[in-house]
Design a protein around this ligand. Structure first.
Ligand SMILES: Nc1ncnc2c1ncn2[C@@H]1O[C@H](COP(=O)(O)OP(=O)(O)OP(=O)(O)O)[C@@H](O)[C@H]1O
Ligand SMILES: [Mg+2]
Length: 262
């Protein structure tokens, strides 16, 4: 079943077009990797989905409203609350506000959940430190705990692992995989790390102002549009299709650098 149906979404900043007629469906329970080079419109597209940017043209249909009430969003840019210095614990606790009814009083169960999630995402040890005084990777773990603490049914993550070391990144992906499998949580994840995400994602979207591709991992691997777009890099990907590893992607992490289109 589709959660989101997007039809012909276009967007321009001050007359400059950055998205052109994007159409896709997001399936419930899927893990979709949204990939594309810098400036290709990925963040813009998800901000439109989230209602953080206005829908200038096209149509968006949300089939299950409850998923948008229980939504986790981790944005790309970390904006530390400078004026109101918060501890890591308080930042994670803020993640519960969206599901709290007024008055927003936290009970024992809430506090237990916050601490539990901080243990799971491995940031419990600096729960009493100021968020602004944590390293980039530590902040990213705290923000992940904040995103997941209210057990969202739909998680939208914009490059959430850029500051994580490889061990933290592995456990981060394993945690998402568990939520995806066991709770049927739908995941939309923007990443440049195609090698890593190839092990987890069920679906792919390739964006470069236009939607180059949208479909399952299997379709991605056999798509002519993908082959044309990635050029010689595609061969590199496909070479791994028949390797012992079930993942069709190279072992090593790398940032893909697609050729210019248009
Ligand atoms: N607030 C803004 N005002 C004007 N132009 C913007 C604004 N935000 C983004 N853009 C432009 O829109 C284009 C798409 O930006 P966007 O942030 O969506 O790309 P992205 O795919 O997320 O890139 P990255 O991988 O670097 O995060 C870029 O050319 C960018 O300069
Ligand atoms: Mg972005």
């Amino acid at each position: 079943m589709d959660l989101i149906e997007a039809k012909n979404i276009s967007h321009a900043y001050r007359g400059q077009k950055v998205l052109n007629k994007i159409s896709f469906n997001l399936k419930e329970g899927s893990w979709t990797a949204l990939i594309g080079p810098n400036g290709s419109g990925k963040t813009t597209l998800i901000k439109i989905l989230l209602g953080l940017l206005p829908l200038q043209s096209g149509r968006l249909t949300f089939w299950k409203q409850e998923h948008f009430k229980e939504l986790g969003y981790q944005e790309q840019k970390i904006t530390p609350p400078r004026l109101m210095p918060l501890t890591a614990f308080e930042v994670v606790k803020m993640g519960l506000l969206s599901i709290k009814k007024s008055p927003k009083i936290f009970n024992k169960e809430d506090i237990k959940n916050v601490l539990q999630m901080m243990r799971t995402t491995n940031c419990f040890q600096y729960r009493n430190k100021l968020f602004t005084e944590l390293s980039g990777g530590q902040q990213q773990r705290v923000l992940l705990a904040r995103t997941l603490v209210n057990k969202p049914k739909l998680i939208i993550l914009d490059e959430p692992t850029t500051a994580l070391d490889s061990t933290s990144r592995d456990s981060f992906f394993e945690l998402l995989a568990k939520l995806n499998k066991e709770q049927n949580t739908t995941i939309l994840l923007i990443t440049h790390d195609i090698a890593e995400i190839g092990k987890y994602a069920s679906d792919f979207m390739v964006l470069d102002k236009e939607l180059i591709f949208s479909g399952s991992k299997e379709e991605f691997c056999s798509s002519k549009a993908v082959a044309n777009y990635f050029g010689s890099y595609t061969q590199h990907i496909m070479d791994h299709l028949h390797s012992e590893d079930s993942c069709p992607f190279p072992e090593h992490n790398h940032t893909h650098a697609p050729r210019e289109v248009k």
